[in-house]
Design a protein around this ligand. Structure first.
Ligand code: PLP
Length: 435
């Protein structure tokens, strides 16, 4: 099952946009703007698409939600309820998981420059797996493990696959800061160091190819390269991977221009490829692990803003400014990400003009949507920007000392605040006077 982008957004009898059955204009009035709103039903549906895909294919494995996409205690409680595993990349993400009561054995630690503190916390909390990225990682983990302690690890490799996505979200190509290079000797050296280690148990390989991928070609190319290396190691040492982790990267529809991504088909095509390679090698079928982030939360969230200043530049453009911007959604400024939206209190009205949605930060690049067709719009209108659920809140910042917005979850006609709006006192809470 694939869920169409705007399926959970409806228009009620007042002509207002609703999400998860709740009037977004009421939400904006009650919780103020800017406001992140998540449809929990949608998060659960997305999680189930991935879990069911493995189940339907009869494959053992783990779907680990990449919590960098959106990590809060309430969110991780839902991921726990849905039975997914979790990928964390910092003590902050790990701490959030622990405070959310997430099963530690289902937590995987990532990162291209893990610190001693991160390893120390991972070992102390006895998490399920560490994904080793480089030789420094191996040394730090060796130092951290006492004589009697063990850690399951995957080795992250860069398979040299250039996926068709923005340069900043491309990670599987050779010139990348992530992982051991697969074919220049690095991966071989790491493998030799790890394969018969007394405390570190090498369960398999990991790769992550980039984000916003919309078909399976990058995954199957990566599979070919990873198994080429596995064949070599199998012939040399008899090694059989227990786990093959192909990372995240499953794209979503941000706008009508983006294709509808069928995750179950992408996964089936990858598994099919792996089946052939495993058969050719005559080794047991490994567990398949995947790490979707964006695909779990991206289209489950929207952001509500209040419209303020409107500037008409005849024959150039009309700027409609809202009360947020690159502080709550940096993706358009960072990598030209496209978004779509609607004037939530006029969702049933005919659109009459094309405008540009501007943020309120002191940067010309703080634009949220380049071209959006809207009805007659005025200050006080509520603008909903769709599909902001991934990498919006998690990349939010306090530029211009704007407090970070609140987060509200809606499910089955109920809304609940799950992250409080930052106050002005929060903004200065770590500032100290200079005596
Ligand atoms: C190692 C790893 N896994 C998973 C993800 C999640 O990617 P996405 O949100 O595109 O699924 C990322 C994103 O940066 C990542 O670096």
């Amino acid at each position: 099952m694939s869920i169409k982008q705007y399926e959970s957004y409806k228009v009620n009898e007042l002509g207002h946009l609703t999400i998860g059955g709740i009037d977004t204009v009421d939400l904006a009035k009650h919780y103020d703007t800017p406001l992140y709103v998540y449809d929990v039903t949608r998060i659960r549906q997305n999680a189930r698409i991935f879990k069911d895909a493995l189940k339907t294919l009869g494959v053992r494995g783990q779907i680990a939600y990449a919590s960098k996409a959106f990590s809060t205690i309430a969110m991780l409680q839902i991921i726990k309820q849905e039975g997914l595993s979790l990928d964390v990349v910092s003590t902050g993400e790990l701490y959030t998981a622990i405070r959310a009561g997430f099963p530690k054995e289902k937590i995987h630690l990532h990162g291209n420059n893990k610190t001693r503190e991160e390893f120390s916390m991972a070992v102390e909390e006895d998490i399920g797996c560490v994904v080793l990225d480089n030789f420094h990682d191996i040394t730090l983990l060796e130092n951290e493990l006492g004589d009697t302690q063990h850690m399951d690890v995957l080795m992250r490799v860069t398979p040299g696959v250039a996926s068709h996505t923005h340069q900043y979200i491309m990670t599987g190509h050779e010139d990348s800061k992530f992982g051991f290079d697969l074919f220049n000797g690095q991966a071989d050296e790491a493998f030799t160091r790890l394969v018969s280690h007394s405390n570190i148990h090498l369960k398999g390989l990991h790769c992550h190819l980039g984000s916003q991928l919309t078909d399976s070609s990058s995954y199957t190319q990566a599979s070919a390269r990873l198994f080429k290396k596995i064949r070599q190691w199998h012939e040399e040492t008899g090694y059989e991977p227990k786990v093959m982790n192909f990372g995240g990267g499953f794209g979503i529809q941000y706008t009508d221009q983006d294709p509808l991504v069928r995750y179950e088909e992408m996964i089936a095509s990858l598994i099919n490829d792996v089946r052939g390679r495993v058969k050719a090698l005559d080794i047991p079928f490994p567990e398949i692990w995947l790490e979707p982030g964006r695909a779990i939360v991206g289209n489950a969230g929207l952001t509500l803003y209040s419209v303020g200043a409107i500037k008409h530049l005849p024959n150039i453009r009309t700027y409609v400014s809202v009360d947020g911007g690159m502080t709550d959604n940096i993706r358009p400024a960072l990598y030209n990400a496209d978004y779509h939206g609607v004037v939530a209190n006029k969702a049933a009205k005919k659109t009459s003009s094309t405008v540009s949605i501007a943020g309120k930060c002191c940067e010309s690049g703080d634009m949220l949507i380049d071209e959006l067709t809207v009805p007659e719009t005025e200050p006080g209108d509520i603008l909903a920007v769709y599909s902001t659920g991934a990498y919006g809140f998690s990349m939010a910042n306090n530029y211009n000392r704007f407090p970070k917005p609140a987060v509200v979850f809606v499910e089955e006609g109920r809304d609940q605040l799950v992250v409080r709006r930052e106050s002005l006192d929060d903004i200065i809470k770590n500032d100290l006077s200079y005596e």
